[in-house]
Design a binder for this molecule. Structure first.
Ligand SMILES: [Fe+2]
Ligand SMILES: [Fe+2]
Length: 345
C-alpha cells in the first residue's frame, strides 16, 4: 500500500501485512524528513463464511498433509532410517578392488561383532551346508569363498533392518523379513536358470525390494481409515491404495532409500519398478525381481493383507519364458530357502 508523509509529501510503498504486524494504528518517523507518519488501517476484514484464516488453514494442512507436501515430508524422513552398517559399505568397496581376497573380506566382517556373529550362524545353517562346522569368519571365508561370504554379509546386514513389525501394513515382526528372504532366494533361482549373470544382483535386489515400506508404514498407519475405505471398494490391492491415498507407492520411496544406502543404480532401478516392470523398458533384472516378489506373495510367506492379490505380469512371463510348472517349482524353492536360513535370525 502507498503511504505519503504529510510534511515532505514523499510516498512509500509498504506491504499492508508488514504494517499490520505492528497493529492497526501505527506511527513511525519518515525516513526522509524525520516527521511523523501516522497510519490507521482499521480492523482487518473478517474472513468470508466458510473461509479459514490462512494460519488456521496451514495448521490444518500440517496435521494431515497430502500430495507434494506429504511426499517432501516423507522424503525428509528417509534420513531418519538407520544407514546400512558401515561394514556393508566397506565390503562393497572391496568387491571393486581386483586385488582383494576372501581373507580381506573376512577381516572387514570381523570389525562388527554383531554382524560377524550372524554371518557365522548363517554359515552353519542347513542352507549353506556347514551344520556347525564353521568356527570363525576366517574359517568361513576359506570354506565358502568370497562370493558366498559376501552374500551372507548382505543377509546379516539386511536382517537387522527388515525384521521389525509394520503395523500400517499389517505385518508382524519378522513378516517383511521372511517375505524379503523368499523374494531374494526366488530371484536368485530364477536368474540362475534364465539369466545366470544376474544371479547376485537379483539376490541383493530381492532382499531389499520392499525397504520403502519401512518408511511408509508410519504414514499408512496414520491414515488407516482412508486406506480401509479404499480397500473396501472393489478388489483393490494395498499398492493401489498407497497410490490413491498417498500419491505414490513404497517402490518409489525405496529408490530414495537405496540411494542413501549407496546401492548401485541398476539395482535401485529394478527395485523402483518391481510392481510395474514394464516402466523400466526391457530390464531383465526388474523382470526377475517382479516375478520373484509375486511368487513370494502368492506362496503366502510373510504376506500382509493382500498377498494373494498379486500376479506375475504377463509380459514378464513371456520375456523370461516362465511356465506355470516352473512357477510352482520356484514357490517350493523359496519356501525351502526361508525355512533353512530364517533360523539364523
Ligand atoms: Fe513391493
Ligand atoms: Fe514384496
Amino acid at each position: 500500500m502507498k503511504i505519503q508523509c504529510q510534511q515532505c509529501k514523499k510516498v512509500y510503498e509498504i506491504p499492508e501485512d508488514r504494517i499490520r504486524k505492528h497493529g492497526n494504528h501505527v506511527r513511525f518517523p519518515c525516513p526522509s524528513c524525520k516527521g511523523s507518519i501516522e497510519v490507521n488501517l482499521g480492523a482487518p476484514e473478517a474472513p468470508a463464511a466458510g473461509q479459514q484464516q490462512p494460519e488456521a488453514a496451514q495448521a490444518a494442512q500440517q496435521d494431515m498433509p497430502t500430495g507434494d507436501t506429504l511426499k517432501k515430508r516423507i522424503l525428509r524422513t528417509v534420513s531418519d532410517l538407520p544407514p546400512m552398517p558401515q561394514v556393508a559399505q566397506k565390503a562393497r568397496q572391496l568387491t571393486t578392488d581386483e586385488n582383494s581376497s576372501f581373507q580381506d573380506l573376512a577381516k572387514i566382517i570381523e570389525t562388527d561383532q554383531a554382524i560377524a556373529a550372524r554371518v557365522l550362524k548363517l554359515s552353519n545353517s542347513s542352507y549353506y551346508g556347514q551344520m556347525g562346522k564353521v568356527t570363525s569368519i576366517q574359517h568361513a571365508s576359506v570354506v565358502l569363498g568370497m562370493k558366498t561370504l559376501n552374500e551372507l554379509l548382505t543377509l546379516a546386514c539386511a536382517g537387522s533392518l527388515l525384521g521389525r513389525e509394520l503395523q500400517g501394513y499389517g505385518l508382524s515382526s519378522g513378516d517383511l523379513w521372511q517375505h524379503s528372504l523368499a523374494t531374494a532366494g526366488c530371484a536368485r533361482t530364477i536368474a540362475s536358470k534364465k539369466k545366470p549373470e544376474l544371479a547376485d544382483d537379483a539376490f541383493s535386489a530381492g532382499l531389499i525390494h520392499d525397504c520403502g515400506k519401512l518408511i511408509l508404514d508410519k504414514y499408512v498407519a496414520e491414515r488407516k481409515d482412508q486406506f480401509e475405505s479404499h480397500l473396501a471398494v472393489g478388489n483393490k490391492s494395498f499398492l493401489a491404495a498407497e497410490n490413491e491415498v498417498l500419491g505414490f507407492d513404497h517402490a518409489r520411496i525405496a529408490s530414495e532409500v537405496c540411494e542413501k544406502w549407496q546401492i548401485p543404480r541398476h539395482i535401485t532401478r529394478a527395485i523402483e519398478c518391481h510392481h510395474n516392470p514394464s516402466s523400466a523398458g526391457h530390464n531383465d533384472l526388474a523382470f526377475i525381481v517382479h516375478a520373484a516378489d509375486a511368487i513370494a506373495l502368492m506362496s503366502g510367506i510373510g504376506a500382509g493383507f493382500d498377498g494373494m492379490m498379486y500376479q506375475i505380469d504377463q509380459k514378464v512371463m513371456e520375456a523370461l519364458e516362465l511356465g506355470s510348472d516352473e512357477v510352482s517349482m520356484f514357490m517350493a524353492d523359496a519356501a525351502e530357502f526361508v525355512e533353512k536360513t530364517s533360523s539364523a535370525f
